[in-house]
Design a binder for this molecule. Structure first.
Ligand SMILES: Nc1ncnc2c1ncn2[C@@H]1O[C@H](COP(=O)(O)OP(=O)(O)OP(=O)(O)O)[C@@H](O)[C@H]1O
Length: 220
C-alpha cells in the first residue's frame, strides 16, 4: 500500500515538531527516514501509525485517511516491547489472537515466522532468555505475522552490536522485499540508510536519491 503524507503538521505542545511535511512512499517501497536527533523522525512514524494525531494536514495509507492504529500498519521499535511473561511463540501469536485467528492457525503462522527469522527451536523461550538480536527478531516476526501492508520501523537495530545488526539488516531487506511490504525505516546511521533504502529522506533537508553520492554530503 502506498503512504501519502500531505501538508502534515504535528507535535506535542504549542510548537510543532513537523511543519507542513509532504512525503510519498510507493507501494512496496523501502523508504529510509534519516536526520539528526530530535528532528521528528519518531513523531512522523507515530502519526503514520495512528498513535499521534496530526495538528493539520493528513496521512493516507492505501488512499484511506489514517484515523488511529490499525493492523494494516505494524510498528517495530528499538526497545523490543515484548511481553516478558509470554514465550516467543505467544508473543508472536498475541496480535493474531486479538484479530480472532483460530488457535491452530495462529500457532502455525507464528511458528512459520519464527522459523523465517531464524528462531526455530526458541519458541518456548521467554524474552529474558533471548539475546537482544533474538528479541528484535521475535518483534519482527510478530509484526510480519499480522500480514501488515505497511511496516514502520523506528531504529529497530540501534541497540544491537555491529554483527547482529548487519545480519538483521540482511534479514529485513530479504523478508520485506519478498512480502512486498511497504516499509518506512527510521535511522540516524548513514551506512544503514544507504544500505537499506530504495530512497532516503533526510528530514529537514529534503529528499535524496541513495544512488547519488550526494547522500553522504547531506547526512555528513
Ligand atoms: N511525548 C513527547 N512529549 C513532548 N515532546 C516530545 C515527545 N516526544 C518527542 N518530543 C519532542 O519532539 C521532538 C522530536 O522528537 P522525535 O522523537 O520525533 O525525534 P527523532 O528525530 O526521532 O529523534 P531521535 O533520533 O533522537 O530518536 C523533540 O524535540 C522531542 O523532545
Amino acid at each position: 500500500m502506498s503512504v501519502l503524507v500531505e501538508g502534515l503538521t504535528a507535535g506535542y505542545g504549542r510548537s510543532p515538531v513537523l511543519r507542513d511535511l509532504d512525503l510519498r512512499v510507493a507501494d512496496g517501497e523501502l523508504l529510509v527516514v534519516a536526520g539528526p536527533s530530535g528532528c521528528g523522525k519518531s513523531t512522523l512514524l507515530r502519526v503514520i501509525a495512528g498513535l499521534l494525531p496530526a495538528t493539520s494536514g493528513r496521512v493516507l495509507v492505501g488512499g484511506v485517511p489514517v484515523r488511529g492504529a490499525s493492523r494494516d500498519r505494524a510498528v517495530v521499535f528499538q526497545d523490543d516491547g515484548l511481553l516478558p511473561w509470554r514465550s516467543a511463540l505467544k508473543n508472536v501469536e498475541l496480535p493474531l489472537a486479538l484479530q480472532g485467528v483460530s488457535t491452530v492457525e495462529r500457532r502455525e503462522r507464528a511458528r512459520g515466522w519464527l522459523d523465517r527469522v531464524g528462531l526455530a527451536g526458541f519458541e518456548r523461550y521467554l524474552p529474558r532468555e533471548l539475546s537482544g538480536g533474538m528479541r528484535q527478531r521475535v518483534q519482527l516476526a510478530r509484526a510480519l505475522a499480522q500480514g501488515p501492508e505497511v511496516v514502520l520501523m523506528d531504529e529497530p537495530f540501534g541497540a544491537l552490536d555491529a554483527r547482529t545488526r548487519s545480519a538483521m539488516q540482511g534479514l529485513v531487506v530479504e523478508v520485506l522485499r519478498e512480502t512486498g511490504t511497504t516499509t518506512i525505516f527510521v535511522t540516524h546511521d548513514v551506512d544503514e540508510a544507504v544500505l537499506l533504502g530504495d530512497r532516503v529522506v533526510v528530514l529537514g533537508a529534503g529528499e535524496v536519491d541513495v544512488r547519488r553520492e550526494a547522500i553522504l554530503e547531506v547526512l555528513g
